[in-house]
Design a protein around this ligand. Structure first.
Ligand SMILES: Cc1cc2nc3c(=O)[nH]c(=O)nc-3n(C[C@H](O)[C@H](O)[C@H](O)COP(=O)(O)OP(=O)(O)OC[C@H]3O[C@@H](n4cnc5c(N)ncnc54)[C@H](O)[C@@H]3O)c2cc1C
Length: 444
């Protein structure tokens, strides 16, 4: 029996888990090609998970095993599905196509002035400090007095911690050297983190907040008055042990008070951003109390990071649910209304929206793989796919410089060497052309 051929789009957790589970759980032979638009694998584990969270990032070692050691699984990096190869071509060349392409777009606040210079989605900031090849090395300059982060999720705290770390702490990570230099020259001494609701509803975990308290280069300022809960917050805290734990840690932070450290991270709760107003090189952010919109105040700032969630981008030819920013599906089968698009599936953030931790994508990928295997069994496991060599030839004919697994390993070695040259552990290469050169696939 010839192997069934599967194309997975995206090499983040959900794509990697799909490749792993498909090869593990299928009783008949399957070949899986994982397409990735970047020259490097692992999606947001490489380009999202905070650089000072090496334990979370270490999951890449088990994803690497999937690409390196599983017969039939290939990594095709630097291939953008949609432009380098189309959905129709994938459907013609593979038996099964799985979109595991993540949620790439920052959500907006929908208030006036959001387009002004100095207002950014937090993903832009994260991509910059992570050395994402789509982000210019000088995208952020960090010369202002007060940075504002809107949103109280874990990613908001990641961004606050990065702004507060010393250069020494950043040099212990894989952040590119020129980005560490920009952080080292940062003039931001106050970072204000704004939550729309009261502290009982903060979304970040107690663990992340404790970690912030442990950064010894910054004060964490919580106003004790904010911890006097109204009835709604009290009811929420009574019902939710996680909220109670977080409130207890807020109380400890409020008690610790201001220690006079280099940087202060100040939390403002119960505030709704109303508008941004240009103010010379700076911005004025107008806020209203959420619980009493008649009470307003302004904050002067030079940098605003909106951290209010992400959404997936629409993909040509696939039904898209604009409200949730996901591809519409029925049990992971891509579906327009009740009508299923034969052979096309979804997994991960593009399927269920940007929620959960890395491990949540394993369960999600497992559901996808179950649907795929059920359908293949119903169809009697007959392959109509073309050979791997045909896809390789198609990409070659278009001048696509594919980064295969060996080329990625070469790129990774260059990152080790770049780190060694400056007395550090591996540091990311930032520039796409440099990455392709290091991978040995640059033109000419
Ligand atoms: C800033 C940030 C920090 C986070 N920190 C943590 C943490 O500390 N711990 C934790 O457990 N979770 C964390 N998460 C969540 C975790 O990263 C996600 O759950 C997970 O990455 C989602 O997996 P995914 O595979 O669906 O998407 P992604 O990881 O986004 O992977 C999608 C991949 O698809 C590729 N792609 C997209 N479009 C195309 C295309 N057209 N052609 C080819 N390839 C394409 C992308 O380049 C990307 O590599 C964090 C998320 C963010 C945003």
């Amino acid at each position: 029996m010839s192997a069934l051929r599967v194309a997975v789009i995206g090499s983040g957790p959900s794509g990697s888990y799909c490749a792993q589970l498909l090869t593990e759980e299928s009783e008949s032979p399957v070949e899986v090609d994982v397409f990735e638009r970047l020259p490097a694998p692992f999606g947001l584990v490489r380009y999202g998970v905070a650089p000072d969270h090496p334990r979370v990032k270490s999951i890449t070692a088990s994803f690497a095993e999937v690409f390196e050691e599983t017969p039939g699984v290939r990594f095709l990096g630097n291939v953008q599905v949609g432009s380098d190869i189309t959905l129709d071509e994938l459907r013609a060349n593979y038996d099964v196509v799985v979109f595991a392409s993540g949620a790439q777009v920052d959500r907006n606040l929908g208030i006036p002035g959001e387009e002004l210079r100095g207002v950014h989605g937090v993903r832009e900031f994260v991509s910059w400090y992570q050395g994402h090849p789509d982000s210019a090395s000088d995208a952020f300059a960090l010369n202002g007095n007060r940075a504002v982060i809107i949103g109280v999720g874990n990613v908001a705290l990641d961004a606050a911690r990065m702004l507060a770390h010393t250069p020494e702490a950043l040099r212990a990570t894989d952040v590119p050297e020129h980005i560490v230099d920009t952080f080292a020259a940062s003039t931001y001494r106050e970072i204000v983190v704004i939550g729309r609701r009261g502290p009982a509803f903060a979304k970040f975990t107690n663990k992340e907040f404790i970690e912030l308290l442990e950064v010894d280069s910054c004060d964490v300022i919580i106003d004790p008055a904010d911890l006097e809960l109204d009835a709604q917050q009290q009811a929420h805290a009574d019902a939710d042990p996680a909220a109670r734990r977080l409130l207890a840690t807020f109380a400890k932070a409020a008690e610790r008070g201001v220690l006079g450290r280099d940087t202060a991270i100040r939390f403002l709760f119960d505030r709704t951003p109303v508008e941004f107003i240009a103010n010379g090189p700076a911005l004025t952010l107008r806020l209203a109390k959420t619980s009493d919109p008649n009470v307003t105040e302004t904050l002067e700032t030079e940098l605003v990071l909106r951290s209010v969630g992400y959404r997936g981008a629409a993909i040509d030819g696939l039904p898209f649910d604009a409200a949730s920013g996901t591809i519409a599906h029925l049990d992971s089968r891509v579906a327009d209304g009740g009508s299923v698009l034969h052979g096309v599936y979804v997994a991960g953030w593009i399927k269920r929206g940007p929620t959960g931790v890395v491990g949540t994508n394993r369960r999600c990928a497992s559901e996808t793989v179950t649907s795929i295997l059920e359908d293949l069994t119903a169809q009697g496991w007959t392959s109509t796919a073309t050979a791997a060599a045909d896809v390789d030839e198609l990409l070659r004919s278009r001048g696509v410089r594919v980064v295969d697994w060996a080329a990625w390993r070469a790129l990774e070695q260059a990152e080790y060497a770049a780190g060694e040259a400056v007395g550090r552990e591996p540091v990311k290469l930032h520039d796409r052309a440099e990455m392709l050169r290091a991978a040995g696939v640059a033109a000419g």
